[in-house]
Design a protein around this ligand. Structure first.
Ligand SMILES: C[S@@+](CC[C@H](N)C(=O)[O-])C[C@H]1O[C@@H](n2cnc3c(N)ncnc32)[C@H](O)[C@@H]1O
Length: 258
């Protein structure tokens, strides 16, 4: 029994290695947390799909920036459940309570929020460019599309809430474009819920790449946005900033059509 379990573990790891090499790697999106990093001599390529598969196996993943910084990705938080802490759960509760009608979760990752909304009876749709993330969302009972957030999506101009959780305003390194996209999708009385970085971050555009112990990904553009930049960015996108709430050192903003 034990031998069979070990073999299954080993073959699952091998499968992940292959997936890391084969998975598409054009787009990624991450909000990092500080930690140690992989060693030198990385040969293989890591994708977002590979990242989520590793996370499901409890293995770490890092993100490095072109300035030489390197941090552990908080994938445990994206997965939710036992891996998240009390502060993560409090922020999730606040986001979930703010979603009172049909909700579009842009860059839904493994679908923690889409799944929880569905379980509460709130219609929710996740969107993510990672096939693994979409599969994980569906496994939780949520609905999700394997799609770029800038590609055609259902319900244009009708969503009650659009979620940009965990720094997803940074997708593609262009926060104004992301907010404009959210605005297009929003219904007339809808609310965009955006998680931002702490005040004084400003708008920081960066190039990031994923790393594991043996693999690196392609560089991709990302942006981090501090709360003080929210009002101007919202205005550029045709939105109006309603408020900013701090919860356990994390910042949630609400925006509506201007
Ligand atoms: C920082 S993670 C956040 C995951 C999730 N929102 C959460 O809170 O757990 C960013 C997610 O955005 C996805 N992503 C990045 N660029 C994207 C794009 N252009 N279209 C759709 N999803 C994208 C990534 O695959 C990744 O799953």
């Amino acid at each position: 029994m034990l031998v069979r379990k070990r073999r299954t573990e080993r073959s699952r790891r091998r499968e992940n290695d292959v997936n890391e090499l084969l998975a598409p790697r054009e787009h990624h999106g991450m909000t990092p947390a500080i930690g140690a990093g992989p060693g030198p001599g990385c040969a293989a390529v890591v994708s977002v799909d590979g990242l989520y598969q590793r996370a499901a196996d409890g293995l770490p993943c890092w993100v490095s920036d072109s300035a030489g910084g390197r941090r552990v990705l908080p994938v445990h938080r994206w997965l939710g459940g036992a891996g998240s802490n009390a502060a993560d759960r409090a922020v999730d509760r606040a986001l979930l309570q703010a979603c009172t009608g049909p909700t579009l979760d842009l860059g839904c990752g493994p679908g923690r929020l889409t799944g929880a909304l569905t379980a509460r009876g709130i219609p929710a749709l996740g969107v993510d460019i990672s096939a693994a993330a979409v599969r994980m969302t569906i496994r939780r009972g949520g609905m999700a599309l394997h799609q770029d957030i800038f590609a055609p999506l259902p319900g244009l101009g009708s969503w009650a809430q659009v979620l940009l959780a965990d720094g997803n305003i940074g997708i593609g390194g262009d926060p104004t474009r992301v907010l404009r996209r959210a605005r297009q999708l929003l219904g007339p009385d809808g609310i965009v819920l955006v998680e931002l970085d702490p005040p004084s971050t400003g708008v920081r555009r960066e190039r990031l790449r994923l790393e594991t112990e043996r693999a690196v990904g392609a560089w991709f553009p990302w942006a981090r946005v501090g709360t003080e930049a929210a009002a101007d960015l919202a205005a550029e996108a045709g939105l109006r900033l309603l408020n900013v709430t701090e919860l356990h050192g994390r910042f949630i903003t609400r925006m509506k059509l201007a």
